[in-house]
Ligand binder design. Structure first.
Ligand code: FES
Length: 368
């Protein structure tokens, strides 16, 4: 990197990556580091790292810190070196110009644009989940119903007898993001999980701040010891019912905006054992190919030539099923031979990823 930093001003937009931050004051208040999506320039992958309050190891008071980081160092040979000449810009919204502090060395035509927005005290931000007949629960874990807070769908996950880390010692509670996000996108949440003391109001409560990746969760394996949960005087279980709640304080979502065209869609496969696998499928790729590439348990015996029914998938939502092209006669003939045929059955090799299928959920039949 150059040893001398120069500053200048210009009116035209940066060439490689734009990051817009809405509600910067909330981000700043949180003091969190923010890492942008990855973007490409000069044949390398990069990201911006922003420290709204400055980075502590550099003793710079009253400044934000902004870094450019190379993210594909893992594939570079031993002793690698990348010489980059780059500029970082901060947009002056009053004068409509960019303060320039240095630019990634190759000019590219398409600019990746990303927007970071915060919601403080989102509307309808509390979910209460009452679990009745608690002592009879015999599954490893349970999910609450999904609920929407701050543009995202969430659910709670409870392991009544603890997950594998704290088995039979404590109850485990997690907050789960249900949204299917493109790779490298995350949702930030500042939230509180609670098991209510239904007698004295001395709830067991934990607060946290986390970045949630696509369809993933954060929480506490050891949320509350089972001996405390089962202690009748503590009020966590009354009439064999306990009550969990989730309360969100702030959310942030990073999303691409403007005219940047998405090149992949998000597809969820529900495997035979109920496990969900979320994958990003390039536009134009068949669902069968994408499934095989990501080790989804699907067969595809005729390799996509529409001569078997071993790539049978069941579209979960009629809304998505109606967006699909009608099956051809050949596909219908093969579907007639499929095990467990439903009104929303299709052949995975005949389904091609298109923009309007973003978010589609496909279940695999129990046999083919
Ligand atoms: S792989 Fe045989 S019909 Fe799809």
């Amino acid at each position: 990197m150059p040893s001398v930093i120069t500053r200048s001003k210009r009116h035209f937009t940066p060439d490689n990556f734009l990051l817009k931050i809405e509600s910067f004051s909330l981000l700043s208040k949180s003091g969190l580091e923010y890492n942008s999506d990855i973007f490409e320039a000069g044949g390398h992958k990069w990201r911006l790292s922003l420290y709204p309050k400055g980075i502590k190891k550099n003793i710079v008071n009253g400044h934000i810190s902004l870094y450019l980081a190379n993210t594909d160092t893992g594939v570079l040979p031993l002793g690698w070196e990348v010489n980059a000449s780059f500029k970082l810009f901060v947009f002056d919204q009053i004068r409509d110009e960019y303060l320039t502090v240095q630019e990634v060395f190759v000019h590219e035509r398409s600019v990746k644009r990303q927007c970071l927005s915060f919601i403080e005290e989102p509307y309808n931000n509390t979910l209460t989940w009452k679990i009745e007949r608690f002592s009879t629960l015999d599954e490893e874990y349970y999910y609450s119903q999904e609920f929407i807070v701050g543009d995202s769908k969430w659910k709670l996950k409870v392991h009544p007898k603890g997950d594998s880390i704290v088995e039979k010692r404590a109850i485990s509670v997690y907050l789960w993001l249900c949204d299917c996000l493109p790779t490298e996108q995350n949702v930030f949440a500042e939230y509180k999980l609670r098991i209510r003391d239904q007698i004295k109001g001395k709830h067991k409560e934990k607060r946290a701040e986390d970045w949630f990746p696509s369809s993933d969760g954060w929480g506490y394996p050891e949320f509350l010891l089972l001996k405390d949960l089962n202690n009748a005087s503590k009020g966590f279980l009354v009439n064999d019912t306990n009550s969990h709640s989730f309360c969100a304080k702030a959310f942030d979502k990073a999303h691409e905006e403007w005219n940047e065209e998405k090149k992949k869609i998000c597809v969820t496969f529900i495997e035979k054992d109920g496990e969900e696998k979320v994958i990003n499928v390039p536009i134009g790729m068949s669902i069968l190919e994408a499934a095989l590439e990501h080790d989804v348990d699907i067969e595809g015996a005729c390799e996509g030539s529409c001569a078997c029914s071993t790539c049978h998938v069941i579209v979960q939502d009629m809304e998505y099923y109606n967006k699909l092209e009608d099956p051809t006669d050949e596909e219908n003939d093969m579907l007639d031979l499929a095990f467990g045929l439903t009104e929303k059955s299709r052949l995975g090799c005949q389904l091609i990823a298109e923009h309007e299928l973003d978010g589609i959920r496909l279940a695999l039949p129990s046999a083919t």
